[in-house]
Structure formats: structure tokens, C-alpha cells
Design a protein around this ligand. Structure first.
Ligand SMILES: Nc1ncnc2c1ncn2[C@@H]1O[C@H](COP(=O)(O)OP(=O)(O)OP(=O)(O)O)[C@@H](O)[C@H]1O
Ligand SMILES: [Mg+2]
Length: 466
């Protein structure tokens, strides 16, 4: 056999062994064959016992007829006048041979074979060998009137096994044929039952397979049996989640496009104005506005990119050991110039390294957005304090400012994408806190907005230290 044929056969077998239909059928047939095997074994021995019982009854009847025919002659000797019926009752057409023996209580042979083997107990059949053939032997003691003291004579009759074995075979075969019919009927019922029982599951498979890419409406749960309904339920739940996710994605793309369109239209107008302007100072004004719009749009693009990276599943999970104290110091240093320009007093409270395992780049992005917000939304000559510490296996990072804060009613909404508080004058795309939430969720932590002393905002981030 070629290698490909072998591997094909192995594949077919492994596929078949995984089929529910084949598994159930094998289980039912194995159980059935086991039961039938035991039944056939049992019925063989029942047939054997029945055939032996019938033979023994015939032997006893024959011995009785012979015993009844024993007479005592004038000389006081027992004589047998053998009636033909005594031996004819064994003539069942199987060619059995019959032997008999009649002896007196004192051991003298009256008639028959002198060396016929005698069974140990009378009136009980026994299997013995006689002249090289297997025989069934039965002995009966019978008192004879006329013999001294009405002594008994012993009549022994033996017959070969042919008829007994034929009867046993017939009885057993009748049972075997019944069992075969039973197996065939049970297999047929099982196959039909499986076909019928699995039909709803196959219909479900086809219904799922035939659906278009965008069809996500729920499948009817009653199309399958009760046991399979949780599966349909789970499938429907999953489709609903996918549907929600797709809707969110669509909303996000349309929001992003909208957010990009406004500054782009502005850039186009500002560019035309600058091109047309002949007055130098007015042109500088238009160019400066153009720069601002360009910066805005490039900020939006980079925030969009960071958000897409922060989304679950978009980056390979990482386990960088990031010292949050050090990261906070570096980010504050990077923002020092802007803080200085706005005369904002920046402070860092830390007491040594606080190591968090996770995606180092994204953890930094989170800190950048929190510190950027604090600097941007705090009035000139304000104060910002960043603190990093470790409490009960968690890294606690707090960014506190004395700016305007966020009203309690909006503390949940600001985490939504593109959400900005009405009246916020500073530039921004409304994605910073969404990024913070995605990063914190991805790291298995939590983020809380609260009111700092003096009305500013205090953001508390808790990250588990793994
Ligand atoms: N420290 C803060 N003090 C007061 N208001 C804040 C502070 N941080 C955020 N906000 C408010 O929450 C809104 C959402 O902040 P978020 O960082 O998500 O977006 P953004 O700063 O507007 O834009 P960007 O994507 O550029 O960060 C801001 O528009 C601002 O109104
Ligand atoms: Mg921000």
C-alpha cells in the first residue's frame, strides 16, 4: 500500500471516529452485541439443559416399560418379554443406538448387555462411554412380585447423543435467529433515530453556513432540541456582541472622518487666504493659523494611531518591566518647557521604583495623556503633582492639578471617544482619556476621576503589579 493511501485511510478513520453519528452507533451496537453475546451463551446452556431433560425423561420411560415387562417363571427366575415400544421411543430419525441391561439384585444378568456402564445414582441421567461411543445412561430399580422377598431388579437403558444434540441445536438456532432479527431492527432504529435526532443540528449548521457576512440577526432557538438551545443562545449572544462592535466601529470611523474633515477644510481655506494675501503681516497671520490647524490635525492623527494600538488584540501582549516612577519623571521632564512657559509648578512624589509588568510603550502613552491634560487644562501659574507609590501589590499613580476639574456628571462621559466638555478652549481631539481607559483596562487595572482639594481634577490609576 502506498504512503498516501495509508495516510488517506488514517484520515478517514480519524474523521469517522470524530463523527457523533458513528460514535453513538458504535456505542449502541457494542452494547447490543454484548447483551446478545451473553444471551446466546445463556440460551445455549438452557437449550442443552432442556434437551438433556427430554432425553432423561425418555430414558426413564423406556426403563419403566422394560421393568413392567419383567415376569417370574415357574422356576422362580426373572424373564424379560421386551415390548417393542420400549426401544422404539428413541427412534426420532437421527439414527441413535439404544442399549439396555436388566440384572437382579444379586447381580445375575436377566437380559441385555452385561458390560453396560451403570450410573452412580438411580433415576438420574449420566454421560458415559460405552464401546467407544458417548451415551446417556439411566438406571431404575423395580421390585418384582414373585422373586424371593419381592426383590428388585435393576433396569439400565443407554442411548447415543445424536437426537439430544439435534434438539439442542434446534432450540438454540431458533433463539439465534430471533436475536439476529433483534440486532438488525435495533441498528435500523438507531440509524433512523440518529438521522432524525441530528437533523435539527444539521439544519442549524446549514442556517449558519448560508448566512451572508453581514447577517447577524438572532437564530430562532426553537429550531433545535432543548439540549442544543444553550448553543444557539451562545451563538446569538456572540452575534449580538459582534453587531455592537461593528456598530461602534462604524460610529468611530464616521466620527474620525468628521473630525478630520473640519480642520482639513480649514487648512484649505487658510492656505487659499495666505496665497492670495499681499500684505506681509496678514499673510503671516494666515500662515500661523495654518500651522495651528496642521498641528491640530497631526495631533488627531497621532491620537487615533495610539488609540488603535491600545485596543485589545491590536498589539502582541508584552511583559516589559516598567518603572512607573522613572517613566513619570521622564515625561514630566519632556513637558517641563511647556510647563515653564505657562508658569505651572510641577511636582513629583515618589519613593523609589514601582515596577509594573506590561506594554511599556502604552503605559507611557497613558502617563503622557494624563500629564498633558493636567498641563493643558490648568490655568497659568497653576500647580500639578504626580505621585507614584506601591500599595498592597498595586501601583497607584495619581495626577492632581488645581485647574477647573471635571463636573461629576461628566466624569464617565469624558472617557468616551471624541467627547470634550463644552466650552473647553484648549485644542484637543477628545481621545486622550479613551486611550487612558483602554491602556488601564488592558493592564487589568482601574482609573478613577475625582475632585482634588481646591476644585481641580485628581486622576487615580491603579495597576496590578504582576
Ligand atoms: N485635567 C483636566 N482638567 C480639566 N478638564 C479635563 C482634564 N483632563 C481632561 N479634561 C476634560 O476632558 C475632556 C476629554 O479629555 P481627553 O484627554 O479625552 O481629550 P482632549 O484632551 O480634549 O483631547 P486629546 O485627545 O488631544 O487629549 C477634555 O476635553 C477636557 O474638557
Ligand atoms: Mg487630553
Amino acid at each position: 500500500m502506498s504512503n498516501s493511501l495509508v495516510s488517506k485511510t488514517v484520515k478517514t478513520f480519524s474523521r469517522l471516529s470524530q463523527s457523533l453519528r458513528v460514535q453513538l452507533l458504535c456505542l449502541v451496537l457494542l452494547t447490543l452485541f454484548g447483551a446478545i453475546g451473553f444471551n446466546l451463551y445463556d440460551s445455549f446452556w438452557t437449550a442443552d439443559a432442556t434437551a438433556r431433560l427430554v432425553t432423561d425423561r425418555t430414558l426413564l420411560a423406556s426403563a419403566r416399560v422394560i421393568a413392567e415387562s419383567v415376569r417370574v417363571d415357574e422356576g422362580g427366575n426373572a424373564q424379560v418379554d421386551l415390548p417393542p415400544a420400549a426401544l422404539e421411543m428413541f427412534d426420532t430419525g437421527f439414527g441413535d443406538r439404544v442399549f439396555y441391561q436388566v440384572i437382579t439384585a444379586w447381580g445375575s444378568l436377566v437380559s441385555g448387555f452385561p458390560d453396560l456402564p451403570l450410573p452412580a445414582i438411580q433415576q438420574a441421567g449420566e454421560d458415559r462411554a460405552f464401546h467407544g461411543v458417548e451415551v446417556r445412561v439411566m438406571m431404575l430399580d423395580h421390585p418384582v412380585v414373585g422373586l424371593p422377598n419381592d426383590a428388585a431388579i435393576s433396569v439400565t437403558v443407554a442411548v447415543t447423543h445424536k437426537s439430544q444434540y439435534a434438539m439442542r441445536r434446534q432450540l438454540w438456532l431458533a433463539d439465534v435467529s430471533k436475536q439476529v432479527v433483534l440486532v438488525l431492527a435495533a441498528s435500523l432504529v438507531t440509524i433512523l433515530g440518529l438521522q432524525w435526532g441530528l437533523a435539527p443540528a444539521l439544519r442549524l449548521r446549514d442556517a449558519v453556513r448560508e448566512r451572508g457576512r453581514n447577517r447577524l440577526d438572532p437564530l430562532p432557538e426553537d429550531m433545535v432540541q432543548t439540549e442544543l438551545r444553550p448553543l444557539v443562545h451562545a451563538l446569538n449572544d456572540h452575534m449580538e456582541r459582534v453587531q455592537n462592535q461593528m456598530a461602534a466601529q462604524r460610529r468611530f470611523v464616521s466620527n474620525a472622518a468628521h473630525q478630520l474633515r473640519t480642520p482639513l477644510a480649514l487648512i484649505s481655506t487658510q492656505a487659499s487666504v495666505a496665497a492670495r494675501e499681499t500684505d506681509d503681516s496678514r499673510r503671516d497671520e494666515a500662515l500661523s493659523a495654518l500651522r495651528t490647524s496642521t498641528r491640530q490635525i497631526s495631533r488627531l492623527a497621532s491620537q487615533l494611531l495610539t488609540l488603535s494600538r491600545a485596543e485589545p488584540g491590536s498589539r502582541r501582549p508584552r511583559k516589559d518591566a516598567t518603572d512607573m516612577s522613572n517613566a513619570a519623571r521622564e515625561i514630566l521632564e519632556a513637558h517641563a518647557e511647556e510647563a515653564l512657559r505657562r508658569r505651572i509648578d510641577v511636582g513629583l512624589e515618589e519613593a523609589g521604583p514601582v515596577i509594573v509588568e506590561g506594554d511599556g510603550t502604552m503605559l507611557r502613552e497613558m502617563l503622557v495623556n494624563l500629564i498633558d491634560n493636567a498641563i493643558r487644562y490648568t490655568r497659568e501659574s497653576g500647580r500639578i503633582t504626580v505621585s507614584v507609590r506601591q500599595v498592597d501589590g498595586n501601583a497607584i499613580i495619581e495626577v492632581e492639578d488645581n485647574g477647573p476639574g471635571i463636573p461629576e456628571a461628566e466624569r464617565e462621559q469624558v472617557f468616551e471617544r471624541f467627547y470634550r466638555i463644552i466650552g473647553t478652549e484648549e485644542e484637543g481631539s477628545g481621545l486622550g482619556l479613551s486611550i487612558v481607559r483602554e491602556v488601564v483596562d488592558g493592564a487589568g487595572g482601574s482609573v478613577l476621576l475625582g475632585e482634588a482639594e481646591g476644585g481641580g481634577l485628581i486622576v487615580t490609576v491603579r495597576l496590578p503589579i504582576r
